[in-house]
Design a protein around this ligand. Structure first.
Ligand code: HEC
Length: 568
C-alpha cells in the first residue's frame, strides 16, 4: 500500500526526491536502489501481462535483457509514451521521465547493469479490475468483434443501448477495452437520437467502420472521454456530473491495430452514478480550422485558429487531434494584458498515442483572453509517418490520409448562464470556419452542391442572407436532386416569409425524400400561415406518421385541430 501511494505521487509530480538523488552520491547506480523505482512506476503499468505492451518489464532479468533498447527509447523519449513537453502548466498523471531519471538509466547501462545488494522496492499494486471501483452499470458489446489479422488500421464504431429506465447523474466513465493489445485509442460518445444505430453494418455486425460519426453522436455534457493504453481514469469534480437519459446509446469509437493473427475483442464501459445533480457543466471548445490545403513536399505548413472568450473560464483539460502529417502542436492563451500562457506543446506528434491531458491545476482565463492554436505539418518524403508515397496534396477530411487540425479544450465557465453565452458565441466562431472552408471548396469546384449547402446553412445561422441565398440557389441548380439543398433553401425562404418559394422548396424535399418529416412539418406550417387548415392537417399528420416523436408537428397539429373545432 505504501508503494501505491508512492506511485501516485510519482506520476503526479515526476521526479520525487528519492528518484532524483539516488545514484548521485558518486556510486554507480544499481537496479535495486535506482532503476527499479523508475521502471516500476513509469513502465511496468503497461509492460505486464494483459496490458498493451508486447513484453514485461517486472524483474531485474526482464530489464537487463533489453537494457540497450530501453536506454535508447528513454533517451529518444519514445517511452514512456507521453507527447506534451514539460511546460509552464503541469499535467496530472504526467508519466514522462525527468532528465535526471534518463541520465540514471544511461549511467546504469554504461556501468554494467549492477543489481545492487539492498532491498528492492515491491512492485506497485495494480487494480486488476476497474480502476474506479465497482461500476453501478456495465454496458458491454453484445457479441465479440473479430479484427482481421492483416491490413491497415481499423476504425470501428460500436453502438450499444445504455439500459437505464430513469435519468441518472454520471460522475465517472471507464472503458475496459477487452483486448489491450489491439486498441490504440478510443473515444466514448453518446447518441440520444437513435440515429447512430441506423449506421450499424447489417452484414458484418457488430458496429460500423470509419472515422466519421453522425453529428448526433457526441461526448456527453462537456466531458472529454478519451482512452488510450495506460489511461488514468478519474471522477468528475463536485457538481460536474452529467445527466444520462433513458434510451441513450453508447457510441464507442475504437482505433484498432491488426497484430498478424485474428483478434477478438468485446469492450465494455463502466458507469459510476451519483445522486448529486450537476450545478455546472463544462463546455468543449474546439479550435478547429478546416481550411487545410497542404502541398506535396511542404515541410512546414502552418494552420492557426484563435478565439476570444466572452466569459471567465477555467481550462480543465486539452485534447489535440490530427492525423499522420502533423509534427508540432502549440496551444496557448494571450491574456487581456498581453501576456502569453503556454497550454500545450507537442514537438513530435504521434497519431498512435493520442489522448487527452488534464491540467494538474485548472488554468484560469479571464474574459477577453484569446485561446489560440498553431499546428505545423510535414508533407515531405522525410516525414516517416507520411502515408502517401510519393507525397501528394492533402486537404481537410476525415480519412486517415486526409488531415485535421483540432485542439479541444474542456472549459468550465462560472455558471450555466455564462456557459450558454459561451456556447452561442462559440457557435458563431465555428460557423465562420465552416463558411470559410466551404467557400474555398466551391471556388475550386463550383458544382459541389454539398459545400454550397453547408456554406448556405451556416450563413443562415450567421444571418448573412444574400450570401446564403446565392449558395443555396446555386446548390439546387447544380444538383436538383439533392434534398438537403432544397431543405435549407425552403428554411431560408420561410424565415423571409416568402411562402410560395418556401413551399416549392419543401415540396421538392418530400418528392426526393419521402421520409423527411421536418419538410412535411414545414409544409404544414406554411398551410397554417395561409389559413389552409385542411392542407395543414394532412401535412402534419404525414410528419407524425414518419416520426411520431416530432414534438413540433404534434403541437402544430393540436393548434390546427383546435382552430378547426372553433370554426365548426
Ligand atoms: C502507456 C503504456 C506504456 C508505458 C507506460 C511504457 N510503455 Fe513501452 N511500450 C508500450 C507499447 C504499447 C509498446 C509497443 C510498441 C508501440 O505500440 O509503440 C511498447 C514498446 C516498448 C519498447 C520496444 C520499442 C520498439 O521500438 O519496439 C521498449 C524498449 C519499451 N516499450 C520500453 C519502455 C520503458 C523503458 C518504459 C518506461 C520508462 C515504457 N516502455 C513505458 C507501452 C508502454
Amino acid at each position: 500500500m505504501r508503494f501505491l501511494i508512492f506511485a501516485i505521487l510519482c506520476s503526479a509530480w515526476s521526479g520525487t526526491a528519492r528518484e532524483v538523488t539516488a545514484g548521485e552520491d558518486g556510486n554507480a547506480p544499481t537496479f535495486n536502489r535506482d532503476i527499479a523505482p523508475i521502471v516500476f512506476n513509469h513502465c511496468s503499468g503497461c509492460h505486464r501481462p494483459g496490458q498493451s505492451a508486447p513484453f514485461n518489464l517486472l524483474t531485474y532479468a526482464d530489464v537487463t535483457k533489453r537494457a540497450k533498447q530501453i536506454r535508447e527509447v528513454v533517451e529518444k523519449r519514445i517511452m514512456p509514451p507521453w507527447l506534451p513537453e514539460k511546460g509552464s502548466v503541469p499535467f496530472a498523471n504526467d508519466r514522462s521521465l525527468s532528465s535526471q531519471q534518463i541520465s540514471l538509466i544511461r549511467r546504469w547501462v554504461e556501468n554494467g547493469l549492477q543489481e545492487g545488494v539492498g532491498a528492492r522496492p515491491e512492485l506497485p499494486h495494480w487494480n486488476e479490475g476497474w480502476q474506479l471501483g465497482t461500476p453501478d452499470l456495465i454496458v458491454k458489446l453484445s457479441q465479440p468483434y473479430v479484427l482481421k489479422p492483416e491490413g491497415k488500421d481499423v476504425y470501428r464504431n460500436f453502438v450499444i443501448p445504455i439500459p437505464v429506465s430513469a435519468r441518472k447523474f454520471v460522475k465517472g466513465v471507464e472503458l475496459s477495452p477487452g483486448n489491450s493489445k489491439v486498441v490504440h485509442h478510443a473515444f466514448i460518445n453518446i447518441d440520444t437520437t437513435g440515429y447512430s444505430r441506423k449506421r450499424v453494418d447489417k452484414d458484418e455486425p457488430p458496429g460500423f467502420d470509419g472515422m466519421a460519426l453522425p453529428e448526433t453522436a457526441a461526448m456527453p455534457g462537456g466531458q472529454s472521454l478519451s482512452w488510450q493504453p495506460g489511461k488514468m481514469h478519474s471522477f468528475a469534480g463536485p457538481g460536474l456530473a452529467w445527466a444520462l437519459e433513458p434510451k441513450t446509446d453508447l457510441v464507442l469509437q475504437l482505433h484498432l491495430h491488426p497484430t498478424g493473427k485474428p483478434e477478438t475483442l468485446q469492450p465494455s464501459v463502466g458507469f459510476f452514478f451519483t445522486d448529486e445533480p450537476p450545478t455546472n457543466t463544462p463546455f468543449r471548445l474546439n479550435l478547429n480550422p478546416l481550411n487545410l490545403d497542404i502541398p506535396a513536399e511542404a515541410k512546414d505548413y502552418v494552420v492557426e485558429d484563435r478565439y476570444v472568450v466572452p466569459v471567465d473560464i477555467r481550462l480543465l483539460s486539452v485534447l489535440p487531434h490530427a492525423h499522420y502529417l502533423a509534427r508540432r502542436m502549440e496551444g496557448y492563451a494571450v491574456l487581456p494584458d498581453g501576456t502569453r500562457k503556454d497550454l500545450l506543446l507537442i514537438k513530435d506528434w504521434d497519431f498512435n498515442w493520442q489522448g487527452d491531458y488534464q491540467y494538474a491545476i485548472p488554468v484560469e482565463l479571464p474574459r477577453g483572453s484569446t485561446l489560440a492554436m498553431k499546428f505545423t505539418y510535414d508533407n515531405s518524403t522525410g516525414n516517416p509517418h507520411n502515408p502517401n508515397h510519393p507525397p501528394k496534396r492533402v486537404r481537410y477530411g476525415l480519412q486517415t490520409t486526409d488531415e485535421m487540425a483540432e485542439l479541444w479544450f474542456q472549459v468550465l465557465p462560472r455558471n450555466l448562464t455564462e456557459r450558454n453565452l459561451l456556447g452561442a458565441d462559440f457557435a458563431k466562431h465555428l460557423a465562420n470556419l465552416t463558411v470559410e472552408y466551404n467557400e474555398a471548396v466551391v471556388k475550386e469546384n463550383p458544382n459541389d452542391a454539398e459545400a454550397h449547402t453547408r456554406a448556405g446553412r451556416d450563413q443562415i445561422f450567421l444571418k448573412q442572407v444574400p450570401q446564403a441565398m446565392a449558395h443555396l440557389e446555386t446548390a439546387v441548380r447544380v444538383a436538383p436532386d439533392y434534398d438537403r439543398a432544397w431543405y435549407e433553401l425552403g428554411y431560408l425562404n420561410l424565415g423571409l416569409d416568402r411562402l410560395p418559394e418556401a413551399q416549392h422548396a419543401f415540396e421538392s424535399v418530400v418528392r426526393l425524400n419521402p421520409l423527411d418529416y421536418q419538410a412535411e412539418g414545414n409544409l404544414g406550417n406554411i398551410c397554417m400561415r395561409r389559413g389552409d387548415l385542411e392542407g395543414a392537417e394532412s401535412h402534419l399528420r404525414a410528419a407524425l406518421r414518419i416520426n411520431p416523436q416530432d414534438a413540433v408537428a404534434r403541437q402544430n397539429l393540436d393548434l390546427v385541430l383546435n382552430a378547426k373545432a372553433r370554426k365548426r
